[in-house]
Ligand binder design. Structure first.
Ligand code: SAM
Ligand code: DTB
Ligand code: SF4
Length: 325
């Protein structure tokens, strides 16, 4: 477990969260129509209900990760893991970023299969951040745990957002990952916040957690002070060879409830309907937007798995009268 090295703003939390888990469970238990009405009302107080922010992902360093996250196809500990590839060069990154911008994305998120970046890894990423930013896109990175001083280097390069997910409730965390702990995640978020970078932090549902544990994840996120500017809610993408492959699928209505509760608890945050959309019907996605989701990953690939094609999303937006934020 990391020791506390906070210099200014603390996001470390005791087991007892500022937002009590029981209060979050009470939201989950509401009649569906009441819950969606409350979520949509909260949404309309802070956002245009017909606008959705579009972020495009690119895996800049794929595979070979030493961590053992049970959901992830990039861990080298799992059978059939994706191949360990070298880091992309700057030209490949800029080509993808230009295509994302041309397709209508406003943010470009660069992900790496690392426990955390070494300085020799971070240097080329700083160049990527500078040059992607110069294209007129917002920048986001997800590189794993950050060491002292690395968040400041990313900020100085022009990084707008750092994505680092709490993934699941502290009580379930040890069942999914053994190579780091929940407190390590909070420690990196603290460094990101301390450097003045916008925080993107969410989690994954559908990993076999209980409703209380889903509530526990959202209570932790909502108790961050301030809450994350961006909250990705991922539905587990089940990949063969990963320990979580074969987990019972989460009921789609329960997924929509999770989005609605996130919207109510974090009314001014962007709530992103994240991984898992490829397997989702248009109707379930529409319910997620009604529940207050106002951001998506846009483009036909997430990091290593599929995402709806641009054309399918454009057709869905047309049907729902949604436009990019
Ligand atoms: N290696 C870094 C880390 O773990 O922080 C950054 C990349 S990692 C792939 C980013 C996030 O992707 C994870 O924290 C997890 O929330 C999400 N993720 C990974 N595999 C997933 C899957 N199969 N389904 C849904 N979300 C997934
Ligand atoms: C997030 O919350 N979800 C994204 C992004 N942040 C990095 C990643 C989803 C990964 C899904 C599995 C894959 O494509 O490898
Ligand atoms: Fe590595 Fe990140 Fe995948 Fe975990 S989620 S195995 S840290 S790439």
């Amino acid at each position: 477990m990391s020791s506390c090295s906070c210099s200014s703003i603390h996001v470390h939390q005791p087991a007892e969260t500022k937002v009590p888990v029981a209060a979050v469970e009470a939201l989950f238990a509401k009649p569906f129509n009441d819950l969606l009405y409350e979520a949509q009302s909260a949404h309309r107080q802070h956002f245009d209900p017909n606008k959705v922010q579009l972020s495009t992902l690119l895996s800049i360093k794929t595979g070979g990760c030493p961590e053992d996250c049970g959901y992830c196809p990039q861990s080298k500990r799992h059978p059939n893991a994706v191949a360990d590839e070298p880091m992309l060069d700057i030209d490949a990154v800029l080509t993808a970023a230009r295509a994302a911008k041309d397709a209508g994305a406003s943010r470009f998120c660069m992900g790496a299969a690392w426990r955390g970046p070494k300085q020799k890894d971070l240097d080329p990423v700083l160049t990527m951040v500078r040059e992607v930013k110069a294209l007129g896109l917002e920048t986001c990175c997800t590189l794993g745990m950050l060491r002292e001083g690395q968040a400041e280097q990313l900020r100085d390069a022009g990084l707008d957002y750092y994505n680092h997910n709490l993934d699941t409730a502290p009580e379930f965390y040890g069942e999914i990952i053994s190579t780091r702990d929940f407190e390590d995640r909070l420690d990196t978020l603290n460094k990101v916040r301390g450097a003045g970078i916008n925080v993107c932090a969410g989690g994954i549902v559908g990993m076999g957690e209980s409703r209380t544990q889903r509530a526990g994840l959202l209570a932790q996120l909502a108790s961050l002070d301030p809450p994350p500017e961006s909250v990705p809610i991922n539905l587990l993408v089940q990949v063969e060879g990963t320990p979580l492959h074969g987990t019972d699928a989460l009921d789609p209505i329960e997924f929509v409830r999770t989005i609605a509760v996130a919207r109510i608890l974090m009314p001014t945050s962007y709530v992103r309907l994240s991984a898992g959309r490829q397997q989702m019907s248009d109707a379930v996605q529409a319910l997620c937007f009604l529940a207050g989701a106002n951001s998506i990953f846009y483009g036909d690939k997430l990091l290593t798995t599929g995402n709806p094609e641009w054309e399918r999303d454009q057709a869905l937006f047309g049907k729902l009268g949604l436009t990019p934020a």
